[in-house]
Design a protein around this ligand. Structure first.
Ligand code: ZN
Ligand code: ZN
Length: 423
């Protein structure tokens, strides 16, 4: 039997990787411009980390987490999300002693055992950021701004920003009491999950997608109407700041998040073309989590965006760079001068394709024409003797003879700035 990828996972093949790399580059550049530094935490942690932070009663921890014992019997989990590990790291490395806020970002794989469907895989990738240590609504607005900017900079349009507040330690318990009161006589009408949520995690009944649950929730009290003055004020201030940034948004009174650690303002960014799994990015404030995880009381806000979902929305776009040259050479053998010239081009960051097989010059030029190269460099016997090379523009078919020694400088001038990977 041929071994294949595990259900819910897939290879990101070279033919698709340009979009991934473009998205990662845009994300990094943007996050660094907003003064976030990358953090890389392990992909597996003690299972208890997620039980304590994301919450035992959440779907993520109770149903979807990959938990396993290692050879010493330690209970470990593949990380199902990013924030818990960053909070662990913040506490473990005493980052509260650094200049606050500590601004961190990550890009990487996460794992959840869910039924695979479009936009939902068991290994998925997220880019996310956390601003830890300062309670300031401008950071909430900044996080929302970045979460909008990343897909926007990639050319994704028609994003919908939905905003809500799930209140604080003061107003949330009061609201939950009201909600439970409202649903008390309707429990039998709710779906099986919501029957469980009624006693374990009632806020999540609000964002259940089952029609029977929507029906029973919609004439009840909303948390947005029942916020305390402080929470109301914070929500309104975040609204004011994102208006300054010209971000279109809606207040969505049934918006809650599937993780227990959120407090206060939360948001989701959706796209209608994605179908059932329509959330591109989401996040919000989690002011109690660090204390709850054993650190000192520390406010924080963050977001995560789904890379696969953004890639789905970019499927029609081509991010392939054509800043490459093809080197074609005569005589069926790679002369040492040709080999050295090839290395020189590449050492100078020029993306150079060539053949390592015995092919005629004509054949090599045919391959070059098909290969999306901007230029061909043609080295025949005459050119080698003179120390020259023919530089042919593949689009216009015009060509010029240049000195091999000047080739790097001349080619670099012909490519737009920044067209070279890492050079
Ligand atoms: Zn409140
Ligand atoms: Zn339900």
């Amino acid at each position: 039997m041929v071994v294949k990828t595990v259900r819910g996972t897939s290879d990101i093949l070279p033919c698709n990787v340009d979009t991934w790399q473009a998205l990662e580059l845009v994300s990094r550049n943007l996050l660094e411009a907003y003064d976030y530094k990358e953090i890389r935490t392990p992909v597996f942690e003690q299972a208890g980390l997620f039980q304590k932070s994301v919450g035992e009663s959440t779907d993520i921890v109770s149903k979807e987490m990959y938990v396993f014992s290692d050879k010493k019997g330690r209970e470990l989990a593949l990380r199902p999300e990013g924030t818990a590990s960053i909070v662990r790291s913040f506490i473990e490395h005493n980052m509260h002693t650094q200049t606050l806020p500590v601004k961190l970002y990550y890009i990487g794989p996460f794992f959840r055992y869910e039924r695979p469907q479009a936009g939902r895989t068991r290994q998925f990738h997220q880019v996310g950021a956390e601003a830890i240590g300062v309670e300031d609504v401008r950071l909430d607005a900044e996080i929302i701004d970045i979460a909008v900017q990343i897909p926007s900079k990639m050319g994704i349009k028609n994003l919908k920003v939905m905003l809500n507040s799930i209140g604080c330690k003061e107003c949330r318990p009061k609201y939950i009491k009201q909600l439970l009161g409202h649903l008390k006589n309707k429990i039998k009408n709710l779906c099986a999950d919501c029957n469980r949520r009624y006693s374990t995690n009632p806020l999540r009944i609000l964002d259940c997608k089952k029609p029977e649950c929507i029906q029973n929730v919609k004439d009840g009290p909303t948390i947005t109407e029942n916020l305390c003055a402080k929470c109301r004020n914070k929500l309104e201030t975040v609204e004011r700041y994102i208006k300054y940034l010209d971000i279109d948004y809606q207040i969505q009174p049934y918006l809650v998040r599937g993780l227990d650690y959120y407090t206060g303002v939360i948001f989701e960014i959706t796209h209608s073309q994605l179908g059932a799994q329509n959330v591109v990015a989401a996040g919000g404030r989690y002011d109690n989590l660090i204390e709850q995880m054993g650190g000192r009381p520390t406010p924080a806000v963050g977001f995560a965006a789904g890379i696969e979902r953004m890639i789905m929305l970019l499927a029609h776009r081509n991010f392939q760079s054509n800043n490459s040259v093809c080197l074609a050479y005569l005589d069926f053998s790679m002369d040492e001068r040709v080999f050295k010239f090839l290395a020189e081009l590449r050492q100078n960051g020029i993306h150079t394709k060539t053949t390592y097989q015995e092919k005629t010059l004509k054949n090599q030029l045919k391959t070059a024409a098909k290969s999306n190269c901007k230029f061909s460099l043609i080295l025949g016997a005459n050119e080698l003797l003179k120390g020259t090379v023919i530089l042919r523009n593949m689009k216009t078919s015009t060509q010029e003879e240049i000195m091999m020694d000047n080739a790097v400088t001349i080619i670099k001038k012909k490519f737009p700035l920044g067209g070279f990977r890492g050079m």
